[in-house]
Design a protein around this ligand. Structure first.
Ligand code: AMP
Length: 224
């Protein structure tokens, strides 16, 4: 299946998309993760996006679409779950354009929801591994050894954009940007709303159920 996961920062897109990869064999592509890796490596792309990412502003559509088009072309035949893209109607149109040329339409746009208070709490406690990208939470999912990644042992960090002032800016940017995107996918009959409340396991169970239902509705012709 080819799906996009939509929803505010902190709703759990990253964790749920990772579970789609490990349990449903879909390839997980995170725009934010690609940008952070490019920044860490000091590439040309990393230098171009750095000021946007570290201040919580959106990277311009043309640049994001260019980066994601390459990923989508590579994975369209195998199926993917896009996490953090598209963020604007312009990006959604860019994605459609690429998929139309490949004759591999999107199966669904899943919008995850959660109360704002939960989002702020989750984002404030997030700790990430700068080396392998693993995600932890100071309270809900702490590493086995304080401050160290379970997978690779690197020292965990707080993302620059997970600081309180930046969190509020990211949520405000997201609220403004998401409406036209929801309208866009609703008009195509592709929008599905799924609750991201409670544990990641509970949210994943809801999401997987919904995907099975969509798969049955679309039929075997669209299973690839
Ligand atoms: P995320 O990890 O998805 O929260 O993304 C972290 C940051 O990367 C965002 O605050 C933006 O600066 C940038 N970013 C990620 N995805 C996009 C996108 N689709 N469009 C524009 N900027 C993005």
């Amino acid at each position: 299946m080819r799906i996009v996961l939509l929803g505010p920062p902190g709703v759990g897109k990253g964790s749920l998309a990772a579970m789609c990869e490990s349990r449903l064999s879909m390839r997980h592509v995170s725009t934010g993760e690609i940008f952070r890796q490019e920044i860490a490596r000091g590439t040309l792309l990393g230098r171009r996006v750095q000021r946007f990412v570290s201040s919580g502003r959106l990277v311009p559509d043309a640049l994001v679409v260019q980066v994601m088009a390459a990923q989508v072309r590579r994975l369209a035949g195998r199926g993917f779950v896009l996490d953090g893209f598209p963020r604007t109607a312009g990006q959604a149109r860019g994605l459609d354009h690429v998929l139309r040329r490949l004759r591999r339409p999107l199966d669904t746009a899943l919008y995850l929801t959660s109360p704002v208070s939960t989002l702020v709490r989750r984002l404030g406690g997030r700790r990430v591994c700068p080396r392998c990208g693993a995600i932890y939470h100071a309270r809900n999912k702490p590493p086995r050894r304080a401050g160290r990644c379970d997978r690779c042992g690197a020292r965990l960090t707080v993302r620059k954009d997970d600081r309180p002032a930046t969190i509020r800016k990211r949520l405000a940017v997201d609220r403004k940007q998401v409406r036209p995107l929801l309208t866009y996918y609703r008009a195509q009959g592709l929008l599905e709303v799924v609750s991201g409340r409670g544990s990641v396991t509970a949210s994943f169970a809801r999401l997987a159920r919904r995907l099975r239902r969509i798969g049955r509705r679309r039929g075997p012709r669209r299973a690839s």
